[in-house]
Design a protein around this ligand. Structure first.
Ligand code: HEC
Ligand code: HEC
Length: 339
């Protein structure tokens, strides 16, 4: 009896955690779900959320005609089962071409103040142009994508309904960005524990991992801070003494920014292996081992990254905590997959 009521309480609390505010649209239905403990999603004035914009954005996101030879879609490298990232260290683009960076998770991307590893793009609308034109990704041209869309009745009708105009770069960038802003994930066990008062949602090992993560000893939470586990700053976390990727310096040209990379969110990190800007670590155990060792010495390495002397149990606890940030509901969510 006692066990059963405990289970019921657990289910009730979990149900609370999953309750989301739904923003009403004219049709009364919506694909946009925001957990109660998340801020509202910042949609720009010229691109407010609507279901038809979502539907058009989703159709485009999974359509390989966005690439020059119609083989690669956005969804080829950003997949629901990997937290809208990919399982390759470097994902192949058209003709199997390889770039230099690991595809990041797009979950909660709407809340980021800027995009890409060096932070060079201020809006999701502008970001669309990067993969479309990139030689190692889609190697195409947004004007020609619009021409392809005009040969499809459903694209023409959806563009008219969503934005009151024919398919064009405005429609393509707006619809994709509108869709990406619905990639919201906040239903991990950590959320249930932290925001809905269910102290049983984390195991003793995960709780110890959380304390370690927030401790003076590791300082993880100084960089991976706040609701999304990132301060959005640019830092060097000691991967190499010489970097082949110059990181933020690519954008600013300033040698003070050499080998600084955007601090990534750690939500759903379990699903988005491999890790770091080049996908060098296959597992979270390897990541924790990296931090434990203090990393390689680079002149720009943060002083917070230094040998930690963690016990084996502490390393296990840290990894356990990182996995409590997983939200399994995204993986099967039909909003983020092609049927
Ligand atoms: C060939 C694989 C590939 C394809 C195709 C691809 N991406 Fe990406 N995406 C990446 C990689 C790699 C990065 C990281 C680039 C960087 O930071 O330099 C990225 C970064 C992003 C970001 C920035 C995320 C952040 O945290 O700053 C967004 C948004 C995004 N992609 C959306 C899209 C959209 C929309 C499309 C389709 C138009 C698309 N991607 C197609 C691999 C891909
Ligand atoms: C000085 C700031 C800083 C500190 C302290 C720090 N990190 Fe990081 N972390 C970063 C940066 C920057 C990256 C991305 C580096 C890259 O892309 O090459 C990163 C990447 C990661 C990743 C990989 C994420 C991904 O999607 O690839 C994990 C996991 C991680 N950190 C966990 C931790 C843990 C656990 C600690 C504490 C032991 C910690 N970090 C301490 C700055 C920091």
């Amino acid at each position: 009896m006692l066990v059963r009521s405990k289970i019921l309480v657990a289910i009730a609390v979990f149900a609370v955690a999953l309750s989301c505010s739904r923003e009403k649209t004219e049709s009364g239905e919506t694909y946009l779900e925001v957990p109660r403990h998340f801020p509202s999603v910042p949609f720009p004035e010229d691109n407010a959320y609507s279901d038809i914009r979502f539907e058009l954005g989703k159709k485009l996101f999974f359509d390989p005609m966005l690439s020059i030879d119609s083989t690669i879609s956005c969804g080829s490298c950003h997949k629901a089962e990997f937290a809208m990232a990919d399982a390759f260290a470097i994902s192949p683009g058209v003709e199997g071409r390889l770039g230099h960076r690991n595809a990041p998770s797009l979950l909660n991307v709407a809340y980021q103040p800027y995009f890409m590893t060096e932070g060079g793009l201020p809006t999701l609308e502008m970001q669309v142009l990067a993969p479309v034109q990139e030689h190692t990704e889609m190697d195409f041209n947004i004007v020609l994508i619009a021409e392809r869309m005009k040969t499809s009745n459903s694209y023409v009708e959806m563009s008219q309904e969503a934005y009151g105009r024919e398919p064009d770069p405005f429609v393509i960038t707006r619809a994709l960005a509108n869709y990406e802003r619905t990639f919201i994930s906040g239903s991990s066990r950590y959320d249930t524990y932290q925001f809905y008062g269910n102290s049983g949602a984390l195991s003793p090992s995960e709780k110890r991992g959380l304390s370690l993560f927030r401790s003076e000893k590791t300082q993880c939470s100084v960089c991976h801070s706040g609701l999304f586990f990132t301060s959005y700053e640019f830092e060097n976390n000691g991967l190499d003494s010489v970097y082949s990727d110059i990181g933020r310096m690519r954008l600013t040209g300033d040698s003070a920014d050499e080998a600084l990379f955007k601090i990534p969110s750690l939500r759903n990190v379990e699903y988005s292996a491999p890790y770091m800007h080049d996908g060098r670590f296959a597992t979270l155990e390897e990541v924790v081992e990296h931090y434990n060792s203090g990393g390689a010495n680079h002149p720009h390495k943060s002083e917070r990254v230094r040998p930690l002397n963690l016990t084996q149990q502490e390393r296990i606890d840290l990894v356990a905590f990182l996995k409590s940030l997983s939200d399994p509901s995204v993986q099967m969510d039909e909003r983020y997959r092609v049927k």
